[in-house]
Design a protein around this ligand. Structure first.
Ligand SMILES: [Zn+2]
Ligand SMILES: [Zn+2]
Length: 136
């Protein structure tokens, strides 16, 4: 399932939509137009909401869970002679890999889930993020 989620610029609420090709995308809450969704392939050429061309990849990974797993690994060190650390780090990494990537627009912050793209998105770059700070 492909979804776009973002904070609506008009009603300020966080909304999620399932876009259909060649249709307008509208906020389900206040019906404000977010832009035009052209096709699945074009979505990462230009953001359908703000026509921005830069995106970054993030993970829907629960940081607290990751810390908890590593915390267990550290607690068990005296009984496992330190072997628990690499084992738990591995579990952590496995969990991280299983989490699907979410692609985010730098400018408007829209989150794109479930899209397959041949592009290789980089994680968030601070210096690029700064450029778009004024739009947020
Ligand atoms: Zn809205
Ligand atoms: Zn955008």
């Amino acid at each position: 399932m492909k979804t776009i989620s973002r904070h609506c610029p008009q009603c300020k609420s966080y909304q999620l939509i399932e876009p259909q090709p060649e249709t307008d995308i509208q906020c389900p809450q206040c019906a404000a137009s977010w832009g035009v969704y052209v096709s699945d392939d074009a979505v990462f050429d230009r953001c359908p909401c703000c026509t921005c061309r830069q995106f970054y990849a993030a993970k829907d990974f629960n940081q607290a869970l990751g810390c908890l797993i590593m915390g267990f690994g550290i607690v068990l060190v005296p009984w496992t002679f330190g072997l628990s650390l690499p084992v738990f780090a591995f579990v952590d990494w496995l969990l991280y890999r299983r989490v699907p990537a979410v692609i985010c627009c730098y400018r408007c912050g829209s989150e794109f889930r479930g899209f397959s793209s041949t592009k290789d998105f980089k994680p968030f770059m601070h210096h690029i993020g700064l450029k778009y700070d004024k739009y947020r």
